[in-house]
Design a protein around this ligand. Structure first.
Ligand code: MN
Length: 499
């Protein structure tokens, strides 16, 4: 996994018992080998499966889960009950388990062999029976797991396993996220605040404050040669829109961002942080608000939140990790709900920020522009400007309700801008929330969602709600099936359940 530097694998654990004899157990082991081999060869799964010996006793089951916990490369355990596996044997193991768990409810054969089926076959191939016994005990123990039912050769089943693997990596990696918080929360803003201790208990995030002076020193220490080399890279990679500025003066503004990018990245690496929070009102001796610099860091996989918003910074990092291996990934970024188009039939929300939108979203080659900022008291910052890809995406907002967290997850449909916006010097996305503009927006407001979101084209509401469920927090999905009545009832249930 390129962003975290870890090569994850998933353990495939098959449950059985010795009641049906040696031959049956040999067949179970052989079937498991075939499934693991074919799933690994299919190219459908982002991470390899590692087959473990067939589990038939409480002792070996417990030992297997303990070993899974101790293996940092194991991102999750997939269980399959080939035969009936008495579930009391699983209690100690499940109690010990700390890894994400998927119950693959499949069977080796796709079709009932009508002409030859006998009791031996039934005893050997009784996932329908054994899977229920296993499911019962996991439910009784109140443990979170994903259940995927269907034949292991079916594409839909493989895609669901693949999707869950990415969620599992998000669950495992959440404990490794470290956010560098430069400057406090923006004065008087409510929704970006939150309980950092509780976030560390719930999600494992370490959120630390660092003085902007130390970052500014790291930026000042970057050599002119290094800065020039990066400016050259910018000029070869991006379009340049001078907006009438003198080319040499423009280049100096761009160089200020290059120096910030290098200084910030070195400082983040040295201190081992994977996400950063800045604030336009607390810049020390930095010449510009980090714009282009932050955009580039986000593209490299760092999380980012603006105005002290560490929750969004951590979510952006988390979602970048979850989406890291998605083939032909379309992008993940922090975004902000800015302004509406309310023309009937064309309703939508223009997403942007002052500067900091990740260029992974770009539909075309980004352009560098350098324009004044209405807020902050610094030089005109250079930033990358572009319009974004179209298609479905998911936008999430993690909010602190005072006594608990809630993750609001919106399914959105990203659309092409109706017209160009030549006077707008920032990157944008335009989307319509599901199920429709009015319901989606009203549901977001009612659920308390923020103006900042962590957004990805490459993840689904199902993956994000599974992550939240595993973390033990409320997840509210605003999607194609949402009604306001239903949402209110869900929030009332959440209020009672998540105390
Ligand atoms: Mn903002």
């Amino acid at each position: 996994m390129k962003l975290s530097g870890r090569n994850y694998a998933f353990w495939f654990c098959v449950g059985s018992q010795d009641l049906y004899g040696e031959e049956c157990l040999r067949n179970v082991a052989e079937h498991a080998q075939i499934i693991v081999r074919e799933l690994n060869a299919s190219g459908a799964l982002p991470y390899p499966l590692v087959l473990k010996p067939v589990l038939i006793s409480a002792g070996t089951i417990h030992q297997t889960f303990v070993q899974a916990n101790e293996d940092p490369a194991c991102a999750g355990v997939i269980t399959w009950m080939h035969t009936f596996s008495p579930a009391k044997s699983w209690i100690a193991g499940l109690q010990a388990n700390k890894k994400p768990l998927l119950h693959l409810h499949t069977q080796f054969n796709e079709e009932i062999p009508y002409d030859t089926i006998d009791m031996d076959f039934m005893n050997e191939n009784q996932s329908a029976h054994g899977g229920r016994e296993f499911g019962h005990v996991v439910t009784r123990m109140g443990l979170f797991r994903k259940v995927v039912a269907g034949h292991w050769t079916h594409q839909a089943v493989r895609e669901r396993i693949a999707s869950w693997m990415r969620t599992a990596v998000g669950i495992v990696e959440s404990r490794n996220i470290r956010v560098m918080r430069v400057a406090d929360n923006m004065r008087n803003v409510a929704v970006t605040e939150g309980d950092k201790v509780e976030a560390q208990i719930k999600f494992g995030w370490q959120v630390d404050a660092w003085p902007v002076t130390e970052l500014a020193d790291a930026v000042a220490a970057v050599s002119g040669a290094d800065t020039d080399a990066l400016v050259e890279e910018y000029y070869s990679r991006y379009e340049i829109i001078l907006d009438g500025r003198d080319p040499r003066e423009f280049r100096e503004h761009v160089a200020a961002q290059a120096q910030i990018e290098l200084g910030f990245e070195r400082f983040l690496k040295e201190k081992d942080y994977h996400a950063i929070v800045t604030h336009f009102d607390d810049l020390g001796t930095l010449k510009q608000l980090p714009g282009l610099a932050i955009q580039r860091l986000m593209e490299k996989g760092y999380g980012f939140g603006a105005e002290g918003d560490w929750k969004t910074a951590a979510m952006v990092r988390l979602m970048k990790l979850m989406a890291a291996d998605v083939p032909n990934a379309k992008g993940t970024s922090m975004l902000e709900d800015y302004t509406y188009n309310l023309v009937p039939g064309k309703e939508g929300i223009l997403q942007a920020h002052m500067l900091e939108i990740c260029p992974s979203l770009a539909a075309e080659k980004p352009a560098i522009r350098c324009k004044p900022l209405s807020m902050g008291r610094r030089e005109d910052p250079a930033r990358l400007v572009f319009t974004s890809k179209t298609g479905p995406g998911v936008a999430v907002s993690l909010i602190d309700l005072g006594t608990r967290f809630r993750l609001i997850i919106a399914e959105v449909d990203c659309k092409a801008n109706e017209k160009p916006m030549p006077q707008l010097p920032v990157a944008t996305v335009f989307w319509t929330p599901k199920p429709d503009f009015t319901t989606g927006v009203e549901a977001w407001i009612l659920s308390g969602g923020a103006h900042h979101t962590a957004f990805s084209y490459d993840l689904t509401s199902g993956q994000m709600s599974d992550w939240a469920e595993h973390m033990g927090i409320e997840a509210l999905v605003i999607g194609k099936d949402t009604t306001l009545r239903g949402l209110k009832q869900e929030m009332m249930l959440g209020q009672a359940f998540f105390r």
